[in-house]
Design a protein around this ligand. Structure first.
Ligand code: C5P
Length: 220
């Protein structure tokens, strides 16, 4: 079979990562978490004292960090200059700064090129999750999914992951990050015209996975 390219986009807390990993594992495909790449470059900026409020300062060093993603859906990895940053990129500080860093065009150009190279190298095919995969990174993807869910459901899922009791604060942070990601000039969070929208509010992870697997198998 020819490699199948699957783009899964949507805001945070819709189940993108869990769904993408499970679908890739079930179908024997590679997996790429593009949010982890933007978090990784954000981590590097913070660690190197770059002023996050200054897009030109970010642009000037956008090409410096070496970012390497491991694409096994059962054990994805993310390294920056040889350092495993999988834990640190999930911290609140990096999460809250990622939208500003990822809005810088030089950052997006750089990371987008990495993503296209990884997708092209995946022999069996790949599931790529993010915000702009179907619209910008891989506009010719074989299957495009756009996951949505109510802000309440998304905040509840994130709180569970973070073991954080404050649901309101989580919801506010999510809504703020989505607004920033949706309103940026370059490659905003958006549903591609030819993407299939799946509202996961009332669905279990297993139901979403089955739905996406079925859509892929129909195209193969
Ligand atoms: O998906 P995740 O929450 O890990 O993404 C972190 C941030 O990275 C997003 O809020 C967004 O600013 C950025 N991002 C992006 N484009 C993508 C994936 C993530 O701009 N394709």
């Amino acid at each position: 079979a020819t490699p199948v390219i699957v783009a899964i986009d949507g805001p945070s807390g819709t189940g993108k990562s869990s769904t993408s990993k499970a679908v890739a594992a079930q179908l024997g495909l590679s997996y790429l978490d593009t949010g982890a790449q933007y978090r990784a470059i954000t981590w590097w900026m913070v660690n190197n004292g770059i002023d996050i409020e200054d897009p030109s300062a970010i642009a000037a060093v956008a090409g410096k960090p070496e970012i390497v993603s491991g694409t096994d859906p059962k054990a994805p990895t993310i390294m920056v200059d040889g350092v495993d940053v999988a834990g640190q990129i999930r911290e609140q500080d990096v999460t809250s700064k990622a939208s500003a860093v990822s809005a810088v065009p030089e950052v997006r150009a750089r990371i987008t090129e990495l993503q296209r190279n990884i997708a092209a190298a995946a022999a069996q095919g790949i599931v790529v999750e993010g915000r702009d995969i179907g619209t910008t990174v891989l506009p010719d993807a074989d299957v495009k999914i756009f996951l949505t869910a109510s802000p309440e459901a998304r905040a509840a899922r994130r709180s569970g992951e973070l073991k954080n009791a404050d649901l309101n604060a989580t919801r506010e942070a999510l809504v703020k990050r989505d607004a920033a990601d949706s309103s940026r000039k370059v490659a905003p969070l958006a549903k591609a015209d030819d993407a299939i929208e799946v509202d996961t509010t009332e669905l279990t992870l297993q139901q979403v996975v089955e739905c996406v697997v079925t859509l892929i198998e129909e195209k193969r």
